[in-house]
Write a protein that binds this ligand. Structure first.
Ligand code: GDG
Length: 461
C-alpha cells in the first residue's frame, strides 16, 4: 500500500483525535492504517526576528506530523488575507466582501512555496500526496517546480464558484492553471465540478476528454465529485448517550409542551444566520400559536475573529436576538437562546436529538456536516425534521429534508411551521430515507472514494 501524505492548512492534533471527532478522525485513521505523514501549519505566529524557522516533526505510531511555522506577515497575507478575505468570500459568492490586495496574493504564493520546500525532502517516489482546501490551490504547481513527480490529489471542502464569479478576482487564470497541476481534483457537488469544467472550457479553451478527465499541458487531470460525510455510527452512539443537562431541559420542555429548533454553526457570514433569526421571528408573527410553544437555540461558535467581517456579523446577531427576545419573550419563555461559545461534541449530539427541527440555512456551503449530524442524531421512532438551504452542498443529496431558499424569510418561516407540525409517519419516512443517504455517503465512502481515484490514476500512469 502506498504511503499517504496529507497536507492541509492546519494539522489535527494527532494525540487527541479520538475525542475531537469528525473528519480529522477519518483522515488520521486512514493515515494510521497505511502509515503516513500529515503536514500543515502549527497555528503559531513567529516574529521575523525568530527566523530561520524550521518545520517541526513529531511521531505518533506510524504517523508523522510535520508542522510548518508561519511568520506574522505570512499570517496576515496568506491566512487572513488571501485565504480568508479573498478566496473564502469569493468561493461563497460574496464578491461584496472580497478585499483583494497584491500583497495578499504574494503572501499566498510565498507560503505555498514554503509548504513545498518543507514537503519536497520528505517525499518518497511512490507517495500519494493528498492536499486539502483553498489555502493550498497552487501547491502541486510548486511541488512540480521542485521536480516532485509523486501523484497529487486535491479536495476542495468549500464551493467552487461559477466562472463569472471566479473571473472577478485578479489572476484567476493563474489560480485555476495552478489547480490543474494536481492529478486528481475532487469537489463536494456536481455543481462545483461543472463550474470547474465550464471555466476550463470558457477561459482556458480546454474541452473535457470525457465526462471526468481533461488534458492539460500533456497530462491527464481526473476530476470528480466526492461528497464528504460523517461517521454515522459514532454519531448515533453519541446521540444515544445521555447528557444530563440536556435531558433535564428536555423534560422541562415536555412538561410545558414546548418544542425546540436548533442551529449550530461556526459564526460565519456564509451560514445565513441573520436571516435565520429573522425567519424564526417571522414564524412567531405568522403563526401566533407558536409563541410560547417553540424556541430557537442557536449555537454560533467563534471563528476567525481577526477578520473584520466576522466582528460585524457577531454584532448583528447579538442585536437581532436581543430584538426578538425583547419583542416576544415572556417571564417564563425565552424565544431565542443564542450561545456564542463552543459546545462539547457529546452535548451537541444530545441537543440535536432533543430538537424537533434542525435549521440549517447557509447562503452557500461546500457540504455542511451539521445537516448530516442532525439526521444521524434523531430517534428513528420520533424523529425531528431537517430544514435545509438549497445552497448547501448537502441539499444535492438530502432531498427528503424540507428544502428552503435561505434568502426568503417567509419561505423559511412556513417550512419551520411545516416541520414543527408534521405528522409522525411522514417524519419517520423522511428520516429513514435521509439515514440511507448519509450512510451511503459517509466519511469512509468519501475517504475510500478519493483514495481509489488517486490510486487508479497512479495505476493508469
Ligand atoms: C467546511 C465547509 C464542509 C460546530 N460548532 C461546534 C462544533 N461544530 C462542528 C459541527 C461540524 C463542524 O463543526 C462544522 O462543519 P460544517 O460542515 O458544518 O461547516 P464548516 O466548518 O464551514 O466546514 C463545509 C466541511 O468543511 C467539510 O468538508 O462540509 O461546507 O465550509 O462537525 O458539529 N463542534 C463542537 N462544538 C461546537 O460548538 N464540538
Amino acid at each position: 500500500m502506498r504511503r499517504l501524505v496529507v497536507v492541509s492548512n492546519r494539522v489535527a492534533d494527532l494525540s487527541k483525535t479520538t475525542q475531537s471527532g469528525g473528519l480529522a478522525v477519518g483522515l488520521a485513521d486512514s493515515l494510521k492504517s497505511r502509515g503516513g505523514v500529515w503536514v500543515g501549519w502549527d497555528g503559531a505566529r513567529a516574529s521575523d526576528a525568530e527566523a530561520p524557522l524550521e518545520p517541526r516533526t513529531q511521531t505518533f505510531g506510524d504517523v508523522t506530523s510535520v508542522t510548518i511555522p508561519l511568520t506574522e506577515e505570512d499570517y496576515q497575507e496568506y491566512y487572513l488575507g488571501f485565504s480568508n478575505s479573498v478566496l473564502w468570500p469569493l468561493f461563497h459568492y460574496r464578491l461584496d466582501l472580497v478585499e483583494y490586495r497584491t500583497a495578499f496574493m504574494e503572501g499566498y504564493r510565498r507560503v505555498n512555496a514554503k509548504f513545498a520546500d518543507a514537503l519536497t525532502p520528505l517525499l518518497r517516489p511512490d507517495d500519494l500526496v493528498w492536499v486539502h482546501d483553498y489555502h493550498l490551490l497552487p501547491l502541486a504547481a510548486e511541488l512540480r517546480k521542485r521536480g516532485c513527480r509523486q501523484r497529487t490529489g486535491f479536495f476542495l471542502h468549500i464551493p467552487f464558484p461559477s466562472p463569472d464569479i471566479l473571473a472577478a478576482v485578479p489572476r484567476h487564470r493563474w489560480l485555476v492553471e495552478s489547480l490543474l497541476e494536481f492529478d486528481v481534483i475532487g469537489f463536494q457537488t456536481h455543481t462545483d465540478l461543472g463550474n470547474l469544467h465550464r471555466y476550463a472550457e470558457d477561459h482556458l479553451g480546454i474541452a473535457l476528454a470525457d465526462e471526468s478527465t481533461l488534458r492539460f499541458r500533456d497530462r491527464t487531470v481526473v476530476t470528480g465529485c466526492f461528497p464528504i460525510g460523517i461517521d454515522v455510527d459514532a454519531f448515533v452512539a453519541m446521540a444515544e448517550t445521555p447528557v444530563e443537562a440536556v435531558q433535564i431541559e428536555q423534560m422541562r420542555r415536555k412538561i410545558l409542551g414546548r418544542k425546540q429548533i436548533i442551529g449550530v454553526d461556526r459564526l460565519d457570514y456564509t451560514k445565513g444566520l441573520p436571516d435565520r433569526l429573522r425567519a424564526f421571528e417571522r414564524l412567531l408573527e405568522l403563526y401566533p400559536d407558536m409563541r410560547k410553544t417553540v424556541a430557537l437555540m442557536q449555537i454560533a461558535t467563534p471563528t476567525r475573529q481577526d477578520v473584520d467581517a466576522y466582528a460585524e456579523i457577531r454584532a448583528e446577531l447579538e442585536a437581532l436576538s436581543g430584538k426578538i427576545n425583547g419583542r416576544f419573550a415572556d417571564f417564563n419563555w425565552t424565544p431565542v437562546r443564542y450561545i456564542h461559545r463552543a459546545v462539547p461534541r457529546e452535548a451537541l449530539a444530545a441537543l440535536f436529538r432533543a430538537s424537533q427541527v434542525g435549521f440549517v440555512t447557509p447562503l452557500r456551503d461546500g457540504m455542511n456536516l451539521v445537516a448530516k449530524e442532525y439526521v444521524a442524531a434523531q430517534d428513528p421512532d420520533d424523529p425531528g425534521v431537517l430544514v435545509l438551504s438549497k445552497f448547501a452542498g448537502a441539499a444535492e443529496d438530502l432531498r427528503e429534508a424540507l428544502i428552503v431558499n435561505p434568502y426568503d424569510v417567509d419561505d423559511m418561516a412556513r417550512s419551520l411551521h411545516r416541520g414543527l407540525t408534521m405528522a409522525r409517519d411522514e417524519r419517520q419516512e423522511r428520516q429513514a430515507a435521509l439515514m440511507r443517504r448519509i450512510r451511503r455517503h459517509d466519511a469512509k465512502a468519501w475517504l475510500d472514494g478519493f483514495l481509489a481515484a488517486m490510486e487508479d490514476d497512479a495505476a493508469a500512469a
